[in-house]
Write a protein that binds this ligand. Structure first.
Ligand SMILES: Nc1nc2c(c(=O)[nH]1)N[C@H]1C(S)=C(S)[C@@H](COP(=O)(O)O)O[C@H]1N2
Ligand SMILES: [Mo]
Length: 372
């Protein structure tokens, strides 16, 4: 038994003993039909390295994830050049290319707030654990670009990271770079991060520098950034963008040019993270569903829930009204449930709020209620 589970179990036993023999122990009902992807354990190497967060551990005072538990998609390249000589080259359609030393970026870094990263490939297969939030420090890309004079036809910025791995991954292409419109960088507040949760980035998270694009899928959050290239409207999409075209909701036919890519933004989304079982004094078992909501504009996060497609929607009972963090907890209790299989579905029923994945049932999870 892991330490935390042990503490939970002993706390539950203590509560049970205190309430007397009539109360059932609170416990967690596992989600059904999700396979066996390991949680809280780093697996694989190089391009294939993965680590998924156990979302069931989220609580109001634990919404920022320590770096050693933050999800990983792609491990640090084994051919990473020495950090002592790391430079960031800014070139392309500029009057005069510049090379920025790491020290310059570190000196100019300032707090950038709390932001969430979600892998565009986050899914039920990894229990939705390819998602985490942290606080970040760094330098806004927009202010960094003030160091160069852009040529008149410059409209876009390619951000590229070091990505040479000895260990490849059959499912992905190596070489990571994304092209952003200058306006997209400004509107999102994209920044080059040097710190996470007040400490230098860990190497798996992009040390010494990574891009963070608030509100966008993490495939755009290039790690080990060493190159920024100013480009124009004719710039072709990169291989990395093409690899993620489907998962960032581009048209069925992958756009050829970077300018034809839609912003890879995350719509409002919500997922249950645990189903708690509570003993009630009348002998029935009550269930409390806890989850998170993130993405979109936080104002549009009015959630509804149903426990099977044939039931009607009800508003989620508890949800923060004015969320400030990148993700927010919600909870919903039901006094009792007949034995059976339940499918938890969530929805925002406001046609003005776009919820592509949520509306498609992508984040639905199931659990079983057994006869007592
Ligand atoms: N250089 C580089 N940057 C990269 C990637 C990569 O393979 N190489 N993967 C991207 C993807 S798909 C994701 S989801 C995030 C994961 O960031 P994390 O491992 O710090 O959580 O990094 C992004 N940045
Ligand atoms: Mo990703």
């Amino acid at each position: 038994m892991r330490r935390r589970r042990f503490l939970e179990a002993s706390a539950a036993a203590a509560v049970g003993a205190w309430l007397g023999p009539f109360a059932k122990l609170p416990g967690i009902v596992p989600f059904a039909g999700e396979g066996s992807f390991p949680l809280e354990r780093t697996i694989g190497a190089g391009l294939g390295r993965r680590r998924a967060l156990d979302l069931s551990t989220l609580s109001g005072d634990a919404l920022l994830i320590p770096q050693d538990r933050f999800f990983i998609r792609t491990g640090s390249p084994d051919r990473l050049p020495p950090i002592a000589s790391w430079t960031l080259r800014v070139h392309g359609l500029v009057e005069e290319p510049v090379e920025l030393a790491l020290e310059t970026l570190k000196r100019e870094a300032s707090p950038q707030g709390a932001h969430l990263l979600e892998c565009a490939g986050n899914s039920r297969a990894a229990h939705f654990g390819l998602m985490s939030a942290a606080t970040w420090s760094g330098v806004k890309l927009e202010s960094l670009l003030e160091r160069v004079r852009l040529r008149p036809r410059t409209t876009r910025v390619l951000v590229s990271g070091f990505d040479e791995h000895k260990v490849l991954d059959p499912g992905s292409v190596s070489g990571a770079s994304w092209i952003f419109g200058l306006d997209e960088l400004r509107e999102s507040g994209a920044f080059l991060a040097t710190e996470m949760n007040g400490a230098p980035l860990r190497v798996d998270h992009g040390y010494p520098i990574r891009l963070v694009v608030p509100g966008w899928y993490a495939c755009a959050a290039i790690k080990w950034v060493n190159e920024i290239v100013l480009v124009d409207e004719e710039a072709p999409a990169t291989d990395h963008m093409r690899e993620y075209a489907g998962r960032t909701h581009q048209d069925a036919e992958t756009p050829r040019l970077a300018r034809d890519f839609r912003p890879a933004t995350i719509d409002v989304a919500a997922v249950p993270v645990r189903v708690e079982r509570h003993g009630a004094t009348d002998g029935r078992t009550a269930y409390r569903i806890v989850g998170v909501v993130w993405g979109g504009a936080s104002a549009g996060r009015q959630l509804n829930i149903r426990l099977n497609a044939d039931l009607s929607w009800s508003p989620v009972q508890e949800i923060e009204r004015n969320p400030t963090g990148p993700w927010t907890l919600w909870s919903h209790s039901v006094p009792s449930l007949a034995p059976g299989r339940y499918r938890i579905e969530l929805a925002v029923r406001d046609p003005a709020v776009r919820t592509r994945r949520l509306a498609a049932g992508f984040y639905a999870r199931e659990f079983l209620v057994q006869d007592d």
